[in-house]
Design a protein around this ligand. Structure first.
Ligand SMILES: [Zn+2]
Length: 117
């Protein structure tokens, strides 16, 4: 990899081919390695665009195996029956996270007091 290839590779990874500057494009025109990489990103971008709007559903037998593997940290996801219920569930999750953080802060403060006393 030549020194001029590094920013091309980094830009492709971060922003795609549209993020390449004119100087980078001139380098790509003269560099076989970067030309290959730009083409690979173009093919990948087309593939990702073709997947838009497709919802994948895992086979039913996979779900319990995954949940068994990641419990007790994960809980089954219930489908909200309405957008309002989804908002209520999101607010409840945020409130729970905030309460957990507050409780953790209190525990840390109490432990520090015991150490200094
Ligand atoms: Zn190059």
């Amino acid at each position: 990899m030549r020194l001029r290839c590094i920013p091309v590779t980094a830009t492709l990874s971060a922003r795609g081919a549209r993020g390449l500057t004119m100087g980078m494009r001139r380098h790509v025109d003269r560099c076989a390695r970067c030309t290959t990489e730009v083409e690979a990103h173009r093919v990948m971008d087309e593939g990702m665009r073709s997947l838009r709007g497709i919802a994948h559903q895992a086979p039913a037998e996979v779900y319990p195996r995954v949940m068994d593997g990641i419990r007790p940290w994960a809980v089954p996801m219930s489908k909200p029956s309405s957008p309002r219920r989804a908002i209520v569930a999101a607010v409840a999750a945020v409130v729970t996270a905030m309460a957990t953080a507050a409780a953790g802060t209190v525990v840390v403060l109490v432990r520090q007091r015991h150490r200094t006393a």
